[in-house]
Design a protein. Structure first.
Length: 92
């Protein structure tokens, strides 16, 4: 290109290259942005049901709340005895 050469775009349309297809860099495939809707995405109603089930599981009243309640159950007595034996064996 010489200094006097005209750089204006007077060329034919067929001389132009097609527009470049832009893709995100490969390392960004490791991240989830949430901008794309996933095919396996569950709706909000299903998510609420799952959350309610998890809350119900962790709020179960099967475990005793006091030592007196635990001492009434053979399973808990055995567990407490095993814990005491482990503490004594470790000298803690």
């Amino acid at each position: 290109i010489s200094n006097g050469e005209d750089l204006s775009d007077d060329g034919d349309e067929s001389d132009r290259l097609p527009a470049r297809v832009r893709k995100p860099p490969g390392y960004l495939r490791d991240y989830v942005t949430g901008s794309e809707k996933q095919q396996n995405e569950i709706d909000q109603n299903e998510m609420d049901q799952v959350q309610n089930l998890a809350i119900a599981m962790f709020n179960s009243n099967e475990d005793p709340l006091t030592y007196e309640e635990a001492a009434l159950t053979d399973t808990w007595k055995e567990a407490m005895d095993a814990e005491i034996c482990a503490i004594e064996a470790n000298d803690t």
